[in-house]
Structures are given as C-alpha cells and as structure tokens.
Design a protein around this ligand. Structure first.
Ligand code: CMC
Length: 452
C-alpha cells in the first residue's frame, strides 16, 4: 500500500521551518496525508469540523466514489448485490471479506437463525415504555440492555466472544424492532419462527398475530431483503463513526450498537426516510405543490431542507436511490395501483434536478428519498422506517467494529480541539455574581406539565 509514496512539505513561514509528511495510497479513491505525528513534530493540530477532509481510519469494507455514484461492498458493486444476493449473504461478505461457499452460507444462516430468540426477561423492558414511544427509542434502550444478559461472551479481546456477540446482535435486531412495533400497536409479541429465513421471520414477527394465519408475501419479503442489503454499510457515516468511537474505549458491542442506533435516528441521517414521507404528506395535504415547496426550500430564510436530497459524499445520484426508485416503480406496477406519494416524489425530483440551486450544490436524491414510499406500500408505518434502516445497518456497524478492534493501529478515539473560550478567570462567591435570568419559570412549568 505504501509503494509510490508521495511526500508533502508543510512550510511554517514564520519560523522558517519545513516539515515532511508522508502520503499513503489506498487501493482506490483519494490518497491521504499521514498527519499522525504532526503534533509531536510541530505542536500544531489540524482543524476539520465535520471531518469533511479527514480519513479517520483505514478500512477494507466499503468504498464510495461520490463523484461517479459508485458504492462497493468488499469490491462488489451494490447493484449486483441488491439484485442477486440476500441480506445474510451480504452480511457474511461484509463481516468476513468474501462471499460464502454454499456450506459456509448454510452454516452462517443456521447460526443466525439459532440466535433469533431473546431472553424472556427482555420483554419486561418493553412494558416500561409508554405505548406512544418511538420504536427507535425502545431499540436504543433494549439493545443497550442486552449487555446485561450475555455475560458469557463479553470479553471483547477474545475473537470467539466477539464473533458470538456479533451473531447475537445480527440475529436479535429484527426481533427487537418487531417487538417495538407490536408494543406500539398494543398487540402481543410474536416469537421468531426459525423455519423462516431472516427477512420472512421479521415480516412474521411484525404482521402475524396469535389469532390469524399469516401468509408471507414473497414479493414483499424480497423487497424488504433488498432494502436491508442497500442499507447494510456505508463506510464512515455518522452512526458507524459513533460505533467506532464508542468501541474504541473497549465498551461492549451491545453498548456500541445502541450508540449507533442513537446517532442513526437524527433526520440528517437515518431519520430522513421518515422525514421524507412527512414532507410529501405535508405537500399533499396543504395548498403547496412541489414547485412551491422547492421555492420554499430555496429561500434560505425558511431553513427548510429537501429531505432525501443531498449527501456529504455523493455529488451525483446515490446508486442505492436508483435501485430503490426502480423497485418502487415495479412494485406499484405489479400491484396495479397508483401512488400519489410516488407522483409527488417524482415531480420533486424532476424539478430539483433541473433547478440551478440543486445543480450548483450537486444535490441529488439519496437512499432515503424513495425508501419510505416503498416501505409504506409494504404496509410499514412511518415510525418503523428508521428501525428498518437500523436492522440493515447492523451488519455494517458490527463489521466496522470488528475491523477496528483487530486493526494493528487501533487506539482510543480522542479528537483534539481549537479552544476559543475564555481563560484566566477567578472564582467569585455566589453573592458577588451578576444576576442572569437563566430560568424562565413559565417555560419550565409548561414543559414539566406536558411530560407528565
Ligand atoms: N435541501 C436544501 N439544501 C441543501 C440540502 C437539502 N437537502 N442539503 C444540502 N443543502 C445545501 C446547504 O444549505 C448548503 O448550502 P450553502 O452552501 O448555500 O450553505 C449546501 O447545500 C451544503 O450543505 P451542507 O449541510 O454543508 O452539506 P453536508 O454534506 O454537511 O450535509 C446532509 C449532508 C445529508 C446532512 C444534507 O444534504 C441534508 O441535510 N440533507 C437532507 C437530509 C437527508 O436527506 N439526509 C439523509 C442522508 S443519506 C442517508 C444517511 O446518511 O442516513
């Protein structure tokens, strides 16, 4: 990797000194400048809010070319995997680096199947939540709580323990998400049935009831599996970086994945799929039309973003969105129904792609733009969109966590800062301090009463 090493020179004009920095080449994509020794040598930090130009790790899992709209899992194009593979096969690929042989595939699927059940005590955790709790809130709590149950495999320095935890988390995530869904509905939990494969089992746990037979629609299951594949990994996004950061302190994987779910929930990240449908519903139910709405977005004073558009890395069409758009159109064709939401989405896309504001900023549809419309057509309620993203992303979080722990260069994550606060202040007794009205009593009262 370090062949044809490039060297860079940093010149301090004031001190009239030069520092040599090594370049490192990856297998593809931008090279990096190795600044790991910079502070020791120069007493300087680099400054990069939001990590727009910083490679935080060296990874072999996923590659994105944002200019060309390319996404590779372990070297394989996302389109090929999404159209030919299955989520568990892709999980094996991400975790182990290569597609499994037939017997490895079978063994892996059986292992995951055997871990789908939760310790019965865990169902009591759900009962502590309010019925109107968001399923993501329940998932954060319950996944974190798994650390209290599986003490037999929490030594993360032991590769076998790491593997068992990984299998458990991957297998139990659909069970937890489905329980959150059932609890939200007020319906009894459905146990996993291990005669089903991973995705069929998830649909069974979401939609079956003890009183009725439930037949799994194979078209819906295929689409759901494709959705899981498309969300499985996306290199160093916010939630994956969160998992890596949490794991860098040697925290247990259940705690780390719970941190990842928390980060995913935000509407700039995985929460965008829910926000897209809310945005389309708002357009549909108001006197706005897509054109007016685009104008509202372009008026910066409104601070409205076109949800499902734009990406830190993609400066072209997100390849995942292309696959999802095609699947959405195919599903509606197959079901022979028209979707007002799909019509509005397509109109928004057409207008935005022709508009100078979006063109100049290279804003294109991302994975969240069509996924919500597709999920809604499968009968999934809006609040379950982000939990479904979380199920899919689980294998990416786990693979990146494992890669980090096994990395020779592994260190606790500890960014530095540019301090711009005050200095050299002296402590004053409380009676000597100026009065500042920090608490607004009315606000406090209102908030307190609303949360009862
Ligand atoms: N609508 C309108 N303007 C936008 C949008 C948008 N969706 N996204 C970016 N911009 C503008 C932004 O206002 C800024 O303009 P200016 O240069 O005039 O200040 C410029 O584009 C650059 O934006 P940024 O916020 O600096 O870009 P970023 O790379 O930090 O943000 C993003 C990336 C995904 C947070 C952002 O594009 C966004 O908020 N999109 C909407 C939310 C969304 O769809 N998120 C899902 C992301 S993909 C799946 C995932 O990661 O989970």
């Amino acid at each position: 990797m370090n062949k044809d090493k490039k060297r860079f020179t940093l010149i301090d004009n004031e001190l009239k000194k030069e520092y040599q920095l090594d370049g490192i080449k990856g297998s593809t994509g931008p090279d990096v400048i190795n600044i790991a020794g910079l502070y020791k040598e120069t007493g300087l930090f680099t400054y990069d809010p939001g990590f727009t130009s910083t490679a935080a790790c060296n990874s072999k899992i996923t590659f994105i070319d944002g200019e060309k709209g390319i996404l590779l899992y372990r070297g394989y194009p996302i389109e090929e995997l999404a159209n030919n593979s299955s989520y568990l096969e892709v999980s094996y690929l991400l975790m182990h680096g290569e597609l499994p042989s037939e017997s490895d595939k079978k063994e892996f699927e059986n292992t995951i199947r055997n871990h789908s059940l939760l310790n019965e005590q865990i169902s009591y955790f759900f009962r502590g939540f309010r019925r109107d709790a968001h399923p993501m809130a329940m998932m954060i709590g319950v996944v974190g709580a798994l650390s209290a149950f599986y003490h037999d495999s929490l030594n993360i320095e032991d590769p076998e323990h790491r593997m068992i935890s990984t299998h458990r988390i991957l297998a139990k995530m659909p069970t937890i998400a489905a329980m959150a869904f059932k609890y939200h509905l007020g319906q009894p939990f459905m146990y996993p049935l291990n005669k089903y494969d991973y995705t069929d089992n998830f649909l069974h746990m979401c939609f079956a009831t003890p009183t009725e037979d439930y037949e799994i629609n194979q078209l819906y299951s295929k689409i759901m599996d494709q959705i899981f594949i498309l969300h499985a990994d996306h290199e160093q996004n916010a939630s994956t970086s969160t998992v890596r950061t949490a794991g860098s302190s040697l925290a247990n994987p259940y705690a780390c994945i719970s941190a990842g779910i928390s980060s995913l929930w935000g509407k700039s990240h995985g929460g965008a799929n829910e926000a897209v449908i809310n945005m389309i519903d708002e357009i549909n139910n108001s006197n706005l039309n897509p054109k007016n709405f685009i104008d509202e977005v372009k008026n910066k004073k409104n601070k409205i973003r076109l949800m499902g558009f734009g990406h830190r890395v993609y400066k072209s069409y997100d390849p995942r969105a292309k696959v999802l758009k095609k699947s959405t159109e195919e599903l509606f064709k197959e079901l022979k129904i028209k979707s007002k939401e799909l019509e509005i989405a397509k109109e928004i896309e057409e207008l935005a792609l022709e508009d100078d504001y979006f063109k100049e900023k290279s804003l294109y549809p991302n994975v969240d733009f069509y996924s919500g419309i597709l999920l809604k057509a499968l009968g999934i309620p809006t609040t379950m969109f982000t939990p479904i993203f979380a199920i899919g992303r689980t294998i990416g979080w786990l693979s990146q966590w494992k890669e980090m722990i096994e990395d020779k260069e592994f260190k606790i994550t500890r960014p530095r800062q540019l301090y711009s606060g005050e200095i050299n202040k002296n402590y004053k007794k409380v009676v000597e301090r100026e009065k500042k009205s920090i608490f607004n009593l009315l606000w406090l009262k209102k908030t307190f009463l609303n949360n009862q």
